[in-house]
Every structure is written in structure tokens, then in C-alpha cells.
Write a protein that binds this ligand. Structure first.
Ligand SMILES: [Mg+2]
Length: 181
């Protein structure tokens, strides 16, 4: 039997990208958004226009990616998925074309998963050309040159993708319910 190929996004799916921005906005401007107020996938679009440029600058700063926190339980349970006999698993992440993004994402995987996982990272601006059975991703809709991607998009649950229909992982601890279905 062929193993199922599972692709797992990083930002907003394993790494808590938004938390870092929300904390910076709270600290610097005393603006704290609640979870329900985050309706846009692009974090800067949840704030007034005057703040957006600064937020995108923060994302490009050194150490931004390196210092992201993993979501609760994510590392432990994703390691379980990696070690499951029925799966071949890869991280599938769309990098910013900034100086620090790619090396820091690699460093982050090494830090939380271990060096042996470095060969499991697929960087692609266009995930539709990456082959797989399932792509777990928080992005509400994923488009690219391939109009019929091989994978099923399973949502990693976030307030900004709640409207999308499809299977979803709400907490990594429940991965079996979706992936062994
Ligand atoms: Mg993402």
C-alpha cells in the first residue's frame, strides 16, 4: 500500500504567527484584538491602515520567524504523525522573499523538531504544484498554477477560515480523527 503523503503548513498551523504581532501591537499601541476580531488571514489587515506597513516590517525583521511560539501540543502530535507507518509527512511552507525567512524557518524546525526533520521541509510559493494527499493549512483558500491540486485541503482551524467548508483540525491532539478516517 502506498503511504499517504501529508503536507503540513508552518505559519498559523504549527507556529503561532499572529500571537507575536498581537503582542507587539498591544505593547506598543495598547491595541489588543480578541480572537473573534481576527477575520482576515493577513494579520496586518485586521488593523487600521496606518499600522499595516509597520506590521509588515516587523515580519521582515531578523528573529521574527525564529521567535515564533509553537501552538500548544503541535510539536508533540505532529511528531506522532511523522512517525506513523501509514504516512510520509513533509512541512510545506510558502516563504517570504525576505533575508531571514527561509534560514529562520529551518532553524525553527531544527529547534523544535530536530535536525533530522530539516530534509522534510518543502519551500514553495505555490503549494498547488506540490504533490500530496492532504495539505493541512490555515489559509482560507489556496490557489496557484495547478487548478486541480492533488491534495485535499484540510483546514487548521482559525477564526479567519471558519467560513470555509471542509474537514478541519481544531486541536492537534485530535489528528487521528481526521488523518486516519
Ligand atoms: Mg499558514
Amino acid at each position: 500500500m502506498n503511504k499517504k503523503i501529508i503536507l503540513i503548513d508552518m505559519d498559523g498551523t504549527i507556529a503561532n504567527f499572529n500571537k507575536s504581532i498581537l503582542q507587539k501591537m498591544d505593547k506598543k499601541y495598547n491595541i489588543l484584538l480578541s480572537n473573534g476580531e481576527i477575520t482576515h488571514f493577513r494579520i496586518e489587515k485586521n488593523f487600521e491602515k496606518t499600522h499595516r506597513e509597520e506590521i509588515t516590517e516587523w515580519i521582515e525583521e531578523k528573529n521574527f520567524y525564529l521567535e515564533l511560539e509553537p501552538f500548544e501540543n503541535s510539536i508533540k502530535y505532529i511528531k506522532e504523525i511523522f512517525s506513523h507507518q501509514d504516512f510520509d509527512v513533509f512541512f510545506c511552507t510558502s516563504p517570504l522573499l525576505s533575508t531571514y525567512c527561509i534560514p529562520e524557518k529551518q532553524e525553527w524546525i531544527k529547534k523544535y523538531f530536530g535536525e533530522e526533520y530539516l530534509s522534510k521541509i518543502i519551500f514553495s510559493k505555490d503549494k498547488t504544484v506540490v504533490f500530496g494527499d492532504i495539505l493541512i493549512d490555515d489559509k482560507p483558500s489556496i490557489h496557484g498554477v495547478n487548478k486541480t491540486p492533488s491534495w485535499e485541503h484540510v483546514y487548521f482551524n482559525q477564526t479567519y477560515n471558519e467560513e470555509n467548508s471542509g474537514r478541519r483540525i481544531v486541536n492537534w491532539k485530535d489528528w487521528r480523527k481526521i488523518l486516519l478516517d
